[in-house]
Design a protein around this ligand. Sequence first.
Ligand SMILES: Cc1ncc(COP(=O)(O)O)c(C=O)c1O
Length: 401
Amino acid sequence: MVATTRENFLRHLCQTSPEPLGLEIERAAGIYLFTRDGKRYIDFISGLGVANIGHQHPHVLAAIRPQLESHLHVMVYGEYVQESQVEYARRLAELAPVREGVVFFCNSGTEAIEGALKTARKFTGRKKYIAFEGGYHGDSYGALSAMSSEIYRAPFLPLLPEFEFLPFDDLGALSRIDEKVAAVLIEPVQGEGGVRISSPEFLPTLRRRCDEAGALLIFDEVMTGFGRTGKLFACEHWPDSKPDIVCLAKALGGGLPLGAFIGRRGIMQTLSENPPLAHVTTFGGHPLSCAAGLAALEVLLQENLITRSAELGEFFLRELRALAQAKPKIREVRGLGCFFAIEFQMPEATQQFVQRCREQGLIIGWTLHHSTIVRAAPPLCMADEQAEEALQIIKRAICQI
Ligand SMILES: Cc1ncc(COP(=O)(O)O)c(C=O)c1O
């Protein structure tokens, strides 16, 4: 008997959990995923923060085609002049929250974090880093070293030394940032930490403390970038707090793999000297990914999807908070734009809720650090009827648990 695709999936692809979702994807379009068994799902996590403008946007596909025909990979990042890379870097430098930003393209969020951490060390000559409890920055050794969770650290010890973890959003703890610190790494809104939002005074105070100590401030906007929170970048909610380096990925590539860290020119210059070529990558800034990413960014701006993210977020938060009043199983609903969390009292409720949603055609997921928190990151392009349909599924699922 010939093995089915599902059997081959289980046999030949390395599994990362005992119970993968295992949906057999046939195609995707807009906010929907379509599976081989004829079902349609609302992708309420946007492929985990990637499909902010929806799947298969025609402008993205149209931008990929000419790039496909002219050239694919031609040389390691940083050597040849490639128009799609240059154009995207120019546009990102205009929009990024970093003054005189210079872009280093890589392939993923983890790589963006690695690059930013290495750049900070090389620029400052200091060894110590500060990160925050509940953060998530990726799974390579450097990025994992920035995660406080003992469960995920333990199997891979020893990690990088000289990482200190401060409680998130705790002003009192910021005095721990001193002249030994190369960089402070933070998500303005923690994703895997359960959509935890920095208070209005926290990031500005952190910015000031970093300036006093001469430490670089790195914002991880891998998840929160590109309109997710109702601003182009989440840190715009804290206008007095701009990073020295911002890390991006996920929606950056418009559905293709792409990461970037963008830093001030003076800082990024350190990568071209003493020695040169000390941090390079073959595929970083792949021309196809850059063409797709730039097109996706223009769609986001032209279709006013950042404003739409804020509107949709308000709608879901208002409706879900009203529901939470009547349902004691829900502890809290919180969020910013189209990035919100439902926190349940019990882990069982969380799992059942996610399953009930899936049975009714909506994909939503929990977070790495909390078994009681469900995180939503729907596409920012949802029409009113689609948002209403999603809300009805969520409401029904909550009533069923
Ligand atoms: C905030 C944050 N940083 C970094 C990463 C790592 O990105 P990647 O999976 O592209 O390596 C993620 C991934 O989920 C993330 O959410």
